[in-house]
Design a protein around this ligand. Structure first.
Ligand code: SF4
Length: 281
């Protein structure tokens, strides 16, 4: 018998097996036999909704109903494949040895810890490049049997070395995600992006998380530099850790964010000079 997992919303990462549910419980006949119900919540502004779901599921089952996830500060120092993510999305490490002020990973996962490696093509590790060369080699060996490989968790530009570049050139890579969250990280980002471009990876494969939300003009400069360096930027509007409600941004910020988080819009802006006010939908 297995545990039911309940999610506030469905995303492309949400498992879709018969024990994974979104929102309220269905009619009793559609609830499979189970040991426990786990309500999983990722974002702090969805906590009250998750708590309401806990109440609803307690009515629907006589088994224990637990609530957790990053929003509730649940520690995540290991990884169970397929439990809270689709089975092809995996962590081979947990944690990170850095302490970026906008990030909750060190608090929830601690320092970097290498885990046993399971099969999967989307590597979600928060800082894969901090792992040992021996660990990386084991992951690369596993990935030789995978297709559409994505390093999605964010590769730290400063740690992207020839060993990594040589290894990924022999894999069926779909996306390599870097991060460039401050102006200070631009030089190292450009260096890393240059290595990947030289190895044959195009902008369609090199993606970059870019934290925005403080100064639009400065953010635009950084986003443009990321694009010109050979990567496709993906803007992320800053949200304070632990906030009870999602930080609201002006319409202008929302339009700006849309333009820099949709590749077609970003390309049109960079190559045809389209303004972000044109991206209203
Ligand atoms: S390097 Fe990435 S995972 Fe580590 S603390 Fe900074 S943002 Fe978080």
């Amino acid at each position: 018998m297995r545990n039911i997992r309940v999610f506030v919303d469905r995303t492309s990462y949400t498992p879709n097996d018969e024990y994974a549910f979104i929102g309220f419980p269905p009619l009793p006949a559609f609830i499979p036999e189970h040991n426990e119900v786990h309500i999983s919540c990722s974002f702090s502004w969805e906590k009250s909704q998750a708590e309401y779901l806990k109440y609803q599921w307690e009515v629907a089952t006589d088994k224990p109903v637990k609530i957790g996830g990053p929003a509730f500060g649940s520690q995540a120092t290991d990884f169970i494949q397929g439990m809270y993510l689709k089975p092809n999305i995996i962590f081979t490490t947990r944690g990170c040895n850095n302490h970026c002020p906008w990030c909750c990973v060190p608090k929830l996962e601690g320092n970097l810890k290498e885990l046993p490696i399971c099969q999967g093509n989307i590597i979600q590790d928060n800082n894969f490049l901090q792992s040992s060369r021996a660990h990386k080699n084991k992951v690369f060996d596993m990935l030789h049997g995978q297709r559409q490989i994505q390093f999605k968790g964010g590769l730290e530009a400063e740690l992207l070395d020839d060993h990594f570049v040589n290894a990924v050139t022999s894999l069926k890579i779909d996306e390599l995600w870097l991060a460039c969250d401050t102006d200070a990280t631009l030089p190292k980002f450009k260096e890393a992006c240059g290595k990947l471009t030289k190895a044959g990876f195009t902008r369609e494969k090199i993606k970059c998380y870019v934290l925005i939300g403080d100064d639009m003009d400065k953010n635009e400069v950084r986003l443009r530099e990321v694009y010109e360096a050979g990567a496709m930027p993906f803007a992320q509007l800053y949200q304070p850790i632990g906030a009870a409600t999602k930080k609201k941004y002006s319409k202008e910020w929302q339009q700006f964010h849309r333009m820099w988080s949709r590749p077609a819009a970003t390309r049109a802006h960079m190559e045809q000079g389209t303004d972000f006010h044109d991206f209203n939908t």
